[in-house]
Design a protein around this ligand. Sequence first.
Ligand code: PTJ
Length: 252
Amino acid sequence: MLIEVPDSHPRAQSLHIREKLIDGFDKGLVAKAGLIAHGRGECFGYLIGEKTQPFADSATEAACAMLLLADQPVFSINGNVAALCPDEIIELSKVAETPLEINLFYRTKERENVLLKHMQKHGAQKILGVGNDETVQIEELQSKRRIVSKIGIFIADVVFVPLEDGDRTEALVASGKKVITVDLNPLSRTAQKAQITIVDNIVRTIPLMTEKIQAMKNYSPRKLQEILKNFDNKKNLQTALHFIMQRLKELS
Ligand code: PTJ
C-alpha cells in the first residue's frame, strides 16, 4: 500500500519514487533485487545533486540522434522501468516510433503477465517479448535475458536498456548492436560498456528524451551524425566522475 507523502516533505520527490518501487514490488512487477538496485541508484543520485547535469543532457541528445538514425531500434523494459515510468516510456515509444519489449533478468511467467497487463493498463498498444509474441534465444547470454523477441531485440540495431545488469550489455555489444543505457552509477559495467550512457535518474531522462526526439525529428541525417560524432562516451563518463569528485570536495 502506498503511504501518503506530503508535498511539503523536504524529500517528497525521492519518497514518491521509492513508494512507486515498493508498490511495484507488492504488485509483482519489481524483483527483490530491483529494490536493491534502486537503493544503489539513489546513492549515486545524491552524488550528482539529484538533477540532470550537463553530461546527462549531452548523452541524452546523442542517444536521441542514435535512435533517430537507427533502422530497427527497440526499448527494453524491466520491472523497475515499468514501475517508475510506464506512461512516460509509452509516450516516448510513440514519439520515437520505437517498439517496447519486456525483457527480464528474473523472468517468470507470472512476472511476464503482470508486467504485460500493467503496461496495457497504462495504454501500451503492443508489447514485444511476452504473451503471444514469438521469442528466440541469444546464444551469448546465460541469464533469462537471453529470451528476446524475434522482431524486437533479436533483429534490432540499437537497443535502449535502462537500469541494466552488465552481462547483457556486453553480449549485445559483442553481437554488433549499439547499446544506450540510463544508469545513475557511472562506474557500473553497463555504464562502462554501453556506447551511450546517460548518467541520470530514469524518471528525468525519459521525458527529456521525448522532448528532444520531438525537437530533433526534423534534423537532417547529417546533423544527427554530427551530434553522434561529437559525442565521446568515455570522456562523458569521466566528466560525470569529475563532477562527483568536485561536488564532494566542495561539500566536505
Ligand atoms: O526486472 P528485472 O528482473 O529485469 O531485474 C531488474 C534489475 C534492476 C534487478 C536488474 O537489471 C539488475 O540486477 O540490475 P543491477 O545490476 O542492479 O543494475 C541496475 C543499475 O541501475 C544500477 O547500476 C543502479 O545504480 C541503476 N539505477 C537504479 N535505479 C535507477 C538507476 N539508474 C537510473 N535511474 C534509476 N531510477
